[in-house]
Design a binder for this molecule. Structure first.
Ligand code: 5GP
Ligand code: MN
Length: 335
């Protein structure tokens, strides 16, 4: 993989460009993809954003979101677009299997592939150009840098600003995680100078809950939480019947895992959800406990040091049993 700057000369001519991201895109995935979409459009390219799957409703307000193709719903047009692309940008993931059913198509594509991402251990051989920086708060911050370092920083507009701010805000836990550097705040200041309405972004993302979603959170906190004080660990396990009862849709469980570390003294938060196709883990930690390694080692996952995810095809019960057994090895580290 060569430096991402190597792609700038290719962008001086009109290109067919595809932007894609990880399955079930979150605020950073959608924000970075759409910010780049608006930027490359402004340069005159023909750009298509393809998401491997659907996404949460609370992202629908984002400028350009209505033009994003859901691969699962529109496979054939998406395949054609990928096969015709000169350049494919891969944002907010670094290993092709995070694009689910698009994996093989992306691996087979003969065009230039560009990575912009902040997760650990990138599949470097899959990309021609790119940047992978785990110190970055978000892929949105990296897309901001990509725009600012190009010869066309003057194209940065309010649509791009709203998209970039979304990922900066969501991936930093509203500017509280350690990844919230001075550069993040400087980028936000710049977006504010452009006229960004940050209140609208917060409102769109966080204050559009359905009543069912709020009650689902209440039920989870009351009935699905187990605190393992000997390991400073909070575990929450959501059975499928809860998802049905409260009509929980894609994205409605986002943020739930963050409640776990709000209990005093907790170092590890683990959320397990019984999804249709798999059991999905979310891990969060404070301090030195590395959940990226933990998720990679035991739950087919990965992510960052303090925020990672994983999966399993085993039952909820077997997952909980495995988790508790594995935890015994970390008793000292978690104390
Ligand atoms: P979340 O718990 O919010 O779904 O994910 C937390 C972080 O871990 C995100 O940065 C996400 O990209 C990453 N992550 C979540 N699930 C997986 C997974 O199954 N595999 C890998 N490699 N990373 C994941
Ligand atoms: Mn991200």
């Amino acid at each position: 993989m060569q430096e991402v700057q190597g792609i700038y000369p290719f962008l001086e001519q009109k290109r067919e460009i595809v932007i894609t991201t990880h399955q079930k895109p979150d605020g950073d995935a959608m924000g970075s993809s759409l910010a780049l979409f608006h930027f490359l459009n402004a340069l005159g390219h023909h750009v298509t954003v393809i998401s491997p799957t659907n996404w949460a409703n609370f992202l629908d307000w984002m400028p350009g979101c209505d033009k994003v193709i859901d691969f699962e719903k529109n496979r054939e047009p998406a395949k054609d677009t990928i096969n015709k692309a000169d350049i494919i940008f891969c944002l907010d993931f670094n290993i092709m299997h995070r694009t689910k059913n698009m994996e093989q198509l992306l691996l087979d594509a003969q065009c230039i592939k560009v990575l912009i991402d902040h997760h650990q251990q990138p599949q470097e051989e899959a990309f021609s150009y790119g940047i992978s920086d785990v110190a970055k708060s978000s892929t949105c911050e990296m897309v901001y840098d990509f725009i600012m370092q190009s010869a066309h920083a003057d194209k940065l507009n309010l649509d791009m600003a709203a998209c970039i701010y979304t990922g900066l805000m969501t991936d930093t836990g509203s500017f509280r995680f350690p990844s919230t550097t001075a550069s993040v705040h400087r980028a936000v200041a710049h977006l504010k100078d452009l006229g960004l309405d940050h209140c609208a972004v917060h409102d769109n993302i966080y204050d559009h809950l359905s009543e069912g979603r709020l009650r689902f959170i209440g039920n989870a906190l009351l009935n699905r939480l187990e605190v393992l004080y000997e390991y400073n660990t909070a575990l929450m396990v959501i059975p499928k019947r809860d998802l049905i009862r409260y009509e929980i849709k894609t994205g409605d469980t986002e943020g739930l895992v963050n409640f776990l570390l709000t209990i005093e003294g907790m170092k590890l938060g683990a959320l397990l959800i019984d999804r249709d196709e798999e059991r999905k883990w979310s891990f969060r930690s404070k301090g030195d406990f590395d959940v990226n390694i933990f998720a990679r080692t035991y739950f087919e996952g990965g992510g960052h040091k303090n925020a990672a995810g994983g999966r399993s095809s085993e039952s909820l019960e077997n997952n909980v049993r495995k988790f508790k057994t594995v935890l015994e090895k970390y008793e000292n580290q978690l104390q």
